[in-house]
Design a protein around this ligand. Structure first.
Ligand SMILES: Cc1cc2nc3c(=O)[nH]c(=O)nc-3n(C[C@H](O)[C@H](O)[C@H](O)COP(=O)(O)OP(=O)(O)OC[C@H]3O[C@@H](n4cnc5c(N)ncnc54)[C@H](O)[C@@H]3O)c2cc1C
Length: 454
């Protein structure tokens, strides 16, 4: 087995894959560990994306730069951290090298895999081809452009309405589906109603489909009921116990035989581990997530850690931790500290998740928040808590101010200034195919020609 390369100054080299919540938390913690380590952060985009506000990008409330921050800007104060814009395609665990689609190899002493998750369509016919997922910046921009185009189309030819131009079907009654349905309804009934005075906006429909008999699965029944009542009161058609059977470009068919004409199927029903997990040859668990031990490293490979949505970290009760931001951040910090403990010759510690509560927004003045103490909030108080917390987690003062200004402006005027049609190419399907490029290690020839870094 080849010995791993060390960085030029002799300190151990840690490669972190992914600049999401987990990857950034790992990098920030690693910047402070003693003895110092050199870190290389590999990220396929040049930005960190704040996914929780993607639905606001899709509904014209915020702009791309408000929820995306250049990775280089985030880490530039960490002298020992370098960033490479690269798409990781595989890992050679024996030689301890990360392989990228661009044909480069990055040697490591420790590896932190934090490539996140992707949309799971559960093999339902037509969903892959005809739905709008909400996982990336292009996803949100495509959905925004598509929605606005449907309104333009319907105003030019009202016959399009009966064909589903103004009907949006959102699948999945979890937090993403609920916030998306609420936001779409507000966009239609408070904003586009003024832009399209010749359209009968009452014909615009938002249908929220949920296969179980309740919304917001992780929440207390009273919070679920609150979400249901608010959405119904505001005009969202919530259909519980209704599962999607098939999607085409013009309609969706439900399991009970109902057909809903629609050109906009928003998919918020599930995620699975990033496809990178499928090509690494590591043991996987539910949703393709990579099995990790309680110290968050891979069994049999103590130098490889997996954190965030990619990891199948246990919740201590026999299940897996949810694929949301807090577990991702806490796992990443813990993995980085376990690297530090190893370097100091100390034993590693097991990861314990500290539950900080859950929250979901339903729309203007409406949200639900549940704290670990058992305290529950709903309505305006929960909404303010949701706003404050999400604002706090956005990276960069400028972005925080921009989002806050947009929120205040929209709250006072019901306006959403970012209702702009921008062509986002390539098409949804092609973009997804070329997106998280799972597997496909570079050809041996390409690898030979490239330097091993650092
Ligand atoms: C629409 C939406 C709303 C959400 N709302 C909430 C919420 O309100 N609260 C909450 O707690 N959580 C929410 N989540 C979940 C939360 O965003 C995720 O749990 C969190 O982002 C996971 O962090 P991560 O670092 O594991 O993955 P990510 O944040 O997804 O980061 C993974 C990173 O890896 C990069 N990457 C992927 N593949 C490669 C590759 N091959 N090579 C190089 N880089 C790669 C990606 O570009 C990305 O930057 C939401 C998610 C979505 C999609």
């Amino acid at each position: 087995m080849r010995k791993p390369r060390r960085s030029r100054n002799g300190s151990p080299h840690v490669v972190v894959v992914g600049a999401g919540f987990a990857g950034l938390a790992a990098v920030k913690t690693l910047a402070k560990v003693k003895p110092p380590v050199r870190v290389t952060l590999l990220e396929q985009h040049n930005y960190h994306l704040f996914q929780p506000l993607l639905y606001q990008l899709a509904t014209g409330l915020v702009q791309p730069a408000d929820i995306a921050h250049p990775v280089r800007g985030i880490v530039r104060r960490h002298r020992r951290t370098s960033v490479r814009m690269a798409t990781v395609s595989g890992v050679d665990f024996d030689t301890r090298e990360v392989l990228t689609e661009e044909g480069r190899r990055f040697g490591y002493d420790y590896l932190v895999l934090a490539a996140g998750a992707t949309t799971a369509t559960f093999g339902i016919p037509g969903v892959e081809e005809h739905s709008f997922p909400l996982k990336s910046m292009p996803d949100a921009l495509r959905l925004r452009a598509h929605l606005l185009r449907q309104f333009e189309l319907a105003e030019n030819d009202p016959a399009e309405i009966a064909k589903g131009a103004l009907t949006v079907v959102v699948v999945g009654g979890g937090p993403t589906g609920v916030e998306m349905a609420g936001a779409l309804h507000e966009l239609f009934k408070h904003v586009l109603v003024h832009d399209f005075p010749d359209l009968d906006i009452n014909q615009a429909r938002v249908v929220l489909l949920e296969a179980t008999d309740h919304l917001l699965a992780p929440f207390h029944p009273s919070s679920r009921q609150h979400a249901l009542e608010i959405l119904a009161k505001r005009g969202v058609e919530v259909r519980l116990g209704q599962a999607l059977e098939q999607a085409t470009p013009d309609e969706v068919r439900l399991k009970d035989g109902t057909v809903i004409p629609t050109r906009t199927l928003v998919w918020g029903a599930g995620v699975r581990a990033h496809p990178l997990a499928d090509v690494l040859g590591l043991e996987q668990t539910r949703g393709g997530r990579i099995v990790v031990g309680d110290g968050l490293s891979v069994p049999g490979r103590p130098e490889v850690f997996v954190v965030g949505d990619l990891a199948g970290a246990g919740d201590g009760k026999g299940g897996l931790l949810p694929q949301v931001a807090q577990p991702a951040i806490q796992e990443a910090r813990h993995a980085a500290l376990n690297i530090e403990r190893t370097l100091k010759g100390e034993p590693r510690t097991g990861f314990e998740y500290k539950d900080k509560g859950i929250m979901a927004t339903i729309g203007r003045n409406a949200a639900v928040t549940e704290l670990p103490s058992g305290a529950r909030f709903k309505g305006v108080v929960a909404w303010y808590l949701w706003l404050a917390l999400h604002l706090a987690y956005i990276i960069g003062f400028r972005s925080r101010v921009a989002v806050l200004v947009n929120w205040i402006w929209s709250y006072l005027t019901y306006d959403r200034h970012a209702r702009i049609i921008v062509a986002v190419e390539p098409t949804r399907r092609a973009a997804r195919a070329g997106q998280p490029s799972a597997g496909a290690a570079p050809s041996p020839a390409a690898s030979r020609d490239r330097p091993v870094v650092p």
